[in-house]
Design a protein. Sequence first.
Length: 395
Amino acid sequence: MSEIRPFRGLRYARNIEPRLAGPYDVISDKERAALASEPENVVHLTLPPGAEGARDYAAAASTLESWIASGVLKRDPEPCLYVLEEQTPWGSRRRGVLALLRLADFEARVVLPHEFTMPGPKQDRLLLTREVRANLEPLFFTYEDRGAALDKHFDEAQQGAVLASGTGPDGTGLRLFALSEPASIAGVQDFLASLPVIIADGHHRYETMLNFRNERREAGDSDVDASHEFVLAYLVNAFDPGTEIRAIHRVLNGEVAAFAPILRAAGFALESLGAELDGNRMITLLAERAAACHAFVFANQPEGAVLAHKPRTDQLDVELLHEELLPALGGELSFDAQPVRLLETARSGEIKLGIAMNPIAPADLFRVVQAGARLPKKSTFFTPKIPSGLVIRDF
């Protein structure tokens, strides 16, 4: 199934910390301006100046070429897999591997999308890829390793020198290592060869790379091992305790129906949570119900926060919400991954209705996706995010 390969990455020759950035699609204009004040920050490559679809993509290509020529970026001497250790501000540790992943059409069931996506900036990323001929930031994938079989290879990599270290944009501590022993590389390859991988973050960018691959094939480049047949991937074990899947909560505005009658008609019991409830306590209350119940918190200005729950079925919470409740509620749907903010804006009347829910468990994610289904858009929030600028792969 999944085929990965080692590669010779481009890495910053100096301190990585001021040169890293978050994924391009979570950076606001204000954040970009602040990051760009560092002349060697990766944002000069991932978000060149200009509006989406009309950026100065040639400037990004020129900058990349200049950084390679001047030694800002240096190519590692030998192909390797890169092992990344992440220590989050909330105390968890995660390890994963950066590698080249062979591109596969979704129909092949090797690389699996897990949710429907909103129309995205695929053209913007395609224009950038054509110019820079590089993967400037890794795509984020998960695999199933309930027995932690790959940990021994990560342990081995961490016996070697630290290639780079620093704190990422979200406060996560980062240490990068090389896994270069052929037998160890083969061990990781052989394990992943028996598994599909799920796209955690980067559905649009993956589809962009499929489009770029297809363009190169149509141009006559039919080498199955050509660089355009692979993408820079960060692969993590979905069952690693440090891999967190959080919920993305729902926001409704506009003409929204009263929620209590709809919930009672659907078999939910309702409990008022009072005016003193805070966002963190709300998440705890939901988690306490997760095993036995479908559970949601509905919050708005006149009614405050209400816990809705009913006995669990085979449906996932997000499926039940989108199939049975949201159509009846109406309104205009948007999203908020921050439960504290969701509760505050609902109570203040800034939004018409906030709906908080539990996250999807890794086992449920793999069960649904491997059966060929996709979840509603914005069903998962994987954290921590992998920063851009740790390793670049050019072609």
